[in-house]
Ligand binder design. Sequence first.
Ligand code: WTA
Length: 661
Amino acid sequence: MPQDNQPTGLENLLHETRTFPPSDAFAAQANAQPELYERAAADHLGFWAEQAKELVTWKTPFTQTLDWSDAPVARWFADGTLNAAYNAVDRHVVEGRGDRVALQFEGEPGDTRTVTYAELQREVSRAANVLSSLGVAKGDRVVIYLPMLVESVVAMLACARIGAPHSVVFGGFSADALRSRIADAEAKVVITSDGGYRRGSASALKPAVDEAIAPREGAPASSIEHVLVVRRTGQDVAWTPGRDIWWHEALEAADVQHTPVWVDAEHPLFILYTSGTTGKPKGILHTTGGYLTQAAYTHKYVFDLKADTDVYWCTADIGWVTGHTYVVYGPLVNGATQVIYEGTPDSPHQGRWWEIVEKYKVSILYTAPTAIRTCMKWGDEIPGKYDLTSLRVLGSVGEPINPEAWMWYRRVIGGDKAPIVDTWWQTETGAIMISPLPGVTATKPGSAQTPLPGIIADVVDDDANPVPDGGGGYLVLTQPWPAMLRGIWGDLERFKDTYWSRFKGIYFAGDGAKKDEDGDIWLLGRVDDVMNVSGHRLSTTEIESALVSHEMVAEAAVVGAADELTGQSVVAFVILRSSFAKDADPEAVQALLRNHVAKEIGPIAKPRRILVVSELPKTRSGKIMRRLLRDVAENRVVGDASTLADSSVMALISSGLAAPA
Ligand code: WTA
């Protein structure tokens, strides 16, 4: 039997020899210097205490950095007090930066709104007064169900200002998903809107809220007392007098003065639900002081933020953790000027993002591999029409980025000079954990490379032994970090069981990883996406990467389908680049690509079947739903597709495959 804990056949990823050292000019001006690693290594806790004091304003200074006596529940900076909204907004005004633009909003229809830090302070204070007047007190939960609007940021900060943990539910989730999240958190108030603009039309949001809190037989009455409704589209809405309140009317009537509620560092800042592969969603709990510290620290160093001159744009929705840490808390605590955009990258045309970059002279762009690959599929000529020379740092997050997509991002978007930071982290980690540092690290296409200064990560085998360079296994975090989750809302046991029981006393991330000969870390996808074919472990990512490296292929998704003989067999779904798609013969494509994978990785990795499709099923956060593809691959009825961004995709795939190759 082969060694089962070693993902095999990673040669095509690990023979990546291209590296891109920082230019002297970039290195000279960079926030990060090599000494940062040395300082953190010399005094782990002292390093974090320094960051907390330098980057965050405390009402009462902390005297203790870490209390790990109740592990795995950490307490960071526990005797300090602070307020997250004060840090994100007020202190910039107090320190004379009130006129700086905080948010540059671009609506999908093309409407814009510019909000300075001073204006943001007034809006957040008003909203905090409104929430208090509705009976929301410190510790009460508020659900936010909104599109990407200025009000979404204001709503989150207003909650933080009064010490009420927010639970943002992505606007694309269904009424049922919203209902279960409201119930789990026993929230008092929902903040929503009439609707939002998506792909050129107004799409309603409030009906889902009405449905989520309507009485349902056999279920206890909803905990929701009030619904605050932002008017975005002006569409008709059903109204429950007494319960429903217009946001704009309430804010207009509210006082602009508000004193922030100072909270302990360990006071809950937010809950964010994330789905496991099965079971009910987990409410990941984050607290205030440690989270803010690491959000600000990572944002400053990983993106090399110069708050006076940069224009930062993270394309994530506030419904995901990336929107929490890298749209709201990180950038605002650092006093950044940022763009927020309501819509999709192709509304009204496929150059919309690049048009926004040109218009606002965006200098730091943070987005996801799936978006990069989509733009790659649309063709170089689209970004080619715009002036992207303002871009100086490019970020990637959410899934492993294929070397070819990385190279495209660097060449076409970054003009062959902007450093790319491939950032690995999770909802649970709260902030970036593994990433190159621009100006210090020589970057490698496809690798997240190095734990940040202050973060201790490793790759271990089944028995928790660190693997040598060149080896593969599981990614773990061996030391507590400030932004780590403090639990799963209402379920301490599940928290311990999910993350801390696989390896005693260390955090199990659920990702497969490999260390290359330089000790750099390569993420290989979730361990639940790792396939086992005839006793060999194969990474879905690796095969996808091999497929995408063929000139015909724009995008690929690979699943392991159950197989009586070999355990699993590899099934690939590919989207061809448009120039090849027209007259491709499926049989010939399949033969060609199977051989290509065999050549890139080895015969063991050859997909049993390769199916040419026109779309892939993706969640609204852009993750490919392999579970649904596995259903197709195993000739099953396709399972629950309700969290897909576009629910018609599965019908399209299934109908296109009526006669499997
Ligand atoms: C994956 C998103 C490879 C990983 C911030 C992780 C990545 C999961 C990367 C968390 C990356 C995120 N390279 N894989 N740079 N970033 N992942 O909670 O599998 O939505 O466990 O947080 O995304 O997803 P989540």
